[in-house]
Design a protein around this ligand. Structure first.
Ligand code: SAM
Ligand code: DTB
Ligand code: SF4
Length: 334
């Protein structure tokens, strides 16, 4: 059933859907054993990469993503704001760095950035780099020119999620297509940035949909360096507010399968940790998650307090990974 002769911790890009569903359906202990073995072969299992989020432009978004508190289509009581200025971003980056983050992710509630926003975004990238943090942005769709501008300004990562399977996607978003998402990912890759791309579990999709999302990610020409797996945060006022709770073991299975399919990627236990107890998070780490969002706010919703996460990592004998040294010859600005 599984390809023989290939060490399991080396990336493969030829995974088939039957292989992915077979992994997802393994007895739980077999799946976790396999995922943890792959994880150990590629990473120090005691290290976790730590990213802090900042919403640089909040709310009023024209897109209709049914999970999102920032969409202008739904009334979630969120106050919309303007694009922040780089000096305010510097202060937030400083605090994140002092608290132990290695990467700073800036998110904007846009369909895509406007030409007039690019100078301020470039200034933000330079500012966050000066504070000694890796930079990440998530601004919606990018064309090739925008991706090149951001890359030239020194942006290390671009986050753009596929969110779910192509088949389920139309139930969740109608204002932009799956194909457009893949196009943005291509522009990001071609501009020389690292790709951060994952999705959301718990939106009412099936196990098959979760498998299909992971299959799409794992068969991209290059695996995303960072794979955020979010558990839906059910926000009052969004159409998905009343969605049934996902079985926690299904979420752990999703993490484990992502780890096996993309053995060298950082798999991030992303949104939704407020609803998870320590045991579930420990299982996710054992299954191969090795990255978290850190700081008491995600973009607009709560995340565990820093002292809670410090206590959790200490209890598990885990520690924050230091920022990666810049690779020589990286296409981005120094
Ligand atoms: N507007 C940009 C875009 O969507 O491309 C960037 C920001 S958007 C908030 C980034 C990602 O956050 C989404 O793709 C989605 O995966 C995640 N997200 C948003 N709301 C969420 C929620 N309620 N629960 C879990 N993840 C969520
Ligand atoms: C990702 O996959 N999750 C983050 C980040 N990328 C931008 C965002 C989670 C947002 C959760 C809802 C909110 O706080 O608004
Ligand atoms: Fe807008 Fe992004 Fe929220 Fe969709 S996920 S509504 S694009 S902010």
């Amino acid at each position: 059933m599984f390809a023989e002769n290939i060490p399991p911790h080396l990336p493969r890009h030829d995974w088939t859907m039957p292989e992915v569903t077979a992994l997802m359906e393994l007895p739980f202990a077999d799946l976790l054993y396999r995922a943890h073995s792959v994880h150990r072969a590629a990473f120090d299992p005691s290290e976790v990469q730590v990213s802090t989020l900042l919403s640089i432009k909040t709310g009023g978004c024209p897109e209709d993503c049914k999970y999102c508190p920032q969409s202008a289509h739904f009334d979630t009581g969120l106050q919309a704001g303007k694009l922040m200025r780089a000096d305010a971003v510097r202060e937030a980056a400083r605090q994140a760095k002092a608290a132990g983050a290695s990467r700073f992710c800036m998110g904007a509630a846009w369909r895509s950035p406007k030409e007039r926003d690019l100078p301020m975004l470039e200034e933000m990238i330079a500012t966050v780099r000066q504070e000694g943090l890796e930079t990440c942005m998530t601004l919606g769709m990018l064309d090739a020119h925008q991706a090149e501008r951001l890359s030239a300004a020194g942006l290390d990562y671009y986050n753009h999620n596929l969110d779910t399977s192509e088949a389920f996607y139309g139930e969740i978003i109608t204002t932009r297509s799956y194909r457009e998402r893949l196009e943005t990912l291509r522009h990001v890759r071609e501009a020389g940035m690292k790709v951060c791309c994952g999705g959301i579990a718990g939106m009412g999709e099936s196990r098959e949909d979760r498998a299909a999302l992971l299959h799409t990610l794992a068969t991209l020409p290059v695996h995303p360096e960072s794979v955020p797996i979010n558990l839906l945060v059910r926000v009052e006022g969004t159409p998905l507010a009343g969605t049934d709770t996902l079985d926690p073991l299904e979420f752990v299975r999703t993490i484990a399968t992502a780890r096996i399919l993309m053995p060298r990627s950082q798999v991030r236990l992303s949104a939704g940790r407020e609803a998870m107890d320590a045991a579930m998070q420990a299982l996710c780490f054992f299954a191969g998650a090795n990255s978290i969002f850190y700081g008491e706010k995600l973009l607009t919703t709560p995340n565990p307090a820093e002292h809670e996460d410090q206590a959790l990592l200490a209890a598990l004998g885990m520690r924050a990974a230091p920022a990666k040294a810049k690779e020589k010859g990286h296409a981005n600005a120094a």
